[in-house]
Ligand binder design. Sequence first.
Ligand SMILES: Cc1cc2nc3c(=O)[nH]c(=O)nc-3n(C[C@H](O)[C@H](O)[C@H](O)COP(=O)(O)OP(=O)(O)OC[C@H]3O[C@@H](n4cnc5c(N)ncnc54)[C@H](O)[C@@H]3O)c2cc1C
Ligand SMILES: *[C@@H]1O[C@H](CO)[C@@H](O)[C@H](O)[C@H]1NC(C)=O
Length: 212
Amino acid sequence: MARNKPLLLATFFTLFLFFSYILLPSTKSIPPPPPPHQTTTALTEPPPIPSSILTGSAIMPHLGNETLKAELGRAGWKLFHTTLARFPESPSLDERTALAHYLALFARLYPCGECAGHFQKLLVQYPPQTSGRVAASQWGCFVHNLVNQRLGKEVFDCMTVGEAYKCGCAEEDEKKKKEKEVIEPTGSSLEENLKGSGRKVEVVKEGLMNGG
Ligand SMILES: Cc1cc2nc3c(=O)[nH]c(=O)nc-3n(C[C@H](O)[C@H](O)[C@H](O)COP(=O)(O)OP(=O)(O)OC[C@H]3O[C@@H](n4cnc5c(N)ncnc54)[C@H](O)[C@@H]3O)c2cc1C
Ligand SMILES: *[C@@H]1O[C@H](CO)[C@@H](O)[C@H](O)[C@H]1NC(C)=O
């Protein structure tokens, strides 16, 4: 017994330290974490975003590198069109507002500063159509075509935009492509279809009505 006395004392001391740490947490050593959702509990709806935030000038710097600009563009358009293609068919006012704000900030924060400035002007001229998926997708196709025109690119056939961006999931897209290849063995890619399409100018006119 006597041999274990120092061990017992050490154990008690350790336990004492342990419990005093647990029960009497020091206010100095660990600052309490901020309560989650500190403000949301007090509010019934989110505060409106000041319009200066939505319409302020482009934030990002000039993106000189043309390779990076094109890569970013393809990824950006993919995100842009897929968002619109999957937007609710009958959105609530809340959802419409969310989309309008998202697009305004997408334009303002687009990582290519010089592109962002141009795109913001387009959005002022042709405000986003948020009444539903079809209107939004057609509007998106229309404004992308305006960018295409400014850059001297081919105009996209907006009749196909709903199909082209339905999912945005690689697997689904791949499956669709395979199915399509079975039906039409040649000219099955979007680009190849485009080359054979004679409807491109007509789409711009339709888009103008949608956008304006
Ligand atoms: C918001 C935004 C602004 C931009 N501004 C500029 C700029 O000012 N200067 C600049 O140099 N680059 C800009 N870009 C990049 C530019 O638009 C292209 O993305 C880039 O040049 C690559 O072009 P691409 O030929 O590969 O086809 P992209 O235009 O990138 O298109 C990608 C694919 O989308 C499809 N597509 C084409 N048109 C449409 C359409 N109307 N609707 C739906 N799908 C379509 C086609 O399948 C095409 O292959 C911008 C990109 C974005 C997203
Ligand atoms: C542009 O970026 C690409 C990809 O990162 C790079 O390979 C290329 O060297 C860059 N070009 C210039 C001119 O900096």
